[in-house]
Ligand binder design. Sequence first.
Ligand code: PEP
Length: 275
Amino acid sequence: MRSVRNRIVAGNWKMHGSRALLTSYVQDLARELDDLKQARQQQSSVQTGTDEVSVVICPPTGYLALLADLLHSNGLAKQIQLGAQDVNPHSQGAFTGETSAAMLRDLGARWVLVGHSERRQYQAETDELVAAKTAAALSLNLTPVICVGESEAQREAGEAEQVVASQLAVVIENLGASALADCVVAYEPVWAIGTGRTATAEIAQSMHAAIRERLAGWCGEAAERIPLLYGGSVKSSNAAQLFAQQDIDGGLIGGASLDAREFAGIIAAAGAGNG
Ligand code: PEP
């Protein structure tokens, strides 16, 4: 039987989108989710429970306000929450091009990704910076989704669990174990992001179980309540198998979240595991 942890499906749009794309996407998503709801009502014996899935979309920061308006005008404001892809650790100041946690909240975001592997790779983000961003998010009641994951070379060298544990350990060292209780952790093996190579359900579950064990060592019983998401080439065709695993509480979805039908299929897969 599954635990009481919330199911979460978060879409990371990365640097994609336009006013036109957002407008048609939100209309398509509203229709897809409505179709799902109707299908669910017709098959009353099959409980898909998609209402119990927290659905988050993280568009580029410049589109947060437009997405908020579109969700509202298409009747999705209650079903879908806004997230950002990054946050600056400072509250304000001379940081050209950056966005603070307070500004993200002001724009309607309630979630924020921190430490995505693309930022670690292209912006040279360190574990310490990821910890500082996590603190900034928590201070404004934004839920940080802390992204961790090993490279292919690290997996082949047998270092995957150790790499992921040390990425999380720096957050604990800087913020204290209790802070993690208000965070979400996304395990995203770097070799699976945007490559079409999904980790098998067994590999993903094994890492998620290892993460949960580490978390239990740091924060005791609270570890059971921390949602662990899997990310890396999740699609509607493989989501159900991944989400059926004991320690996988949903997904962080890149490419497939840009297609409304695919994203709705993934949301449905998360809901199918509820109850
Ligand atoms: C991501 O960017 O977080 C991600 C998981 O991407 P994709 O689903 O495209 O692999």
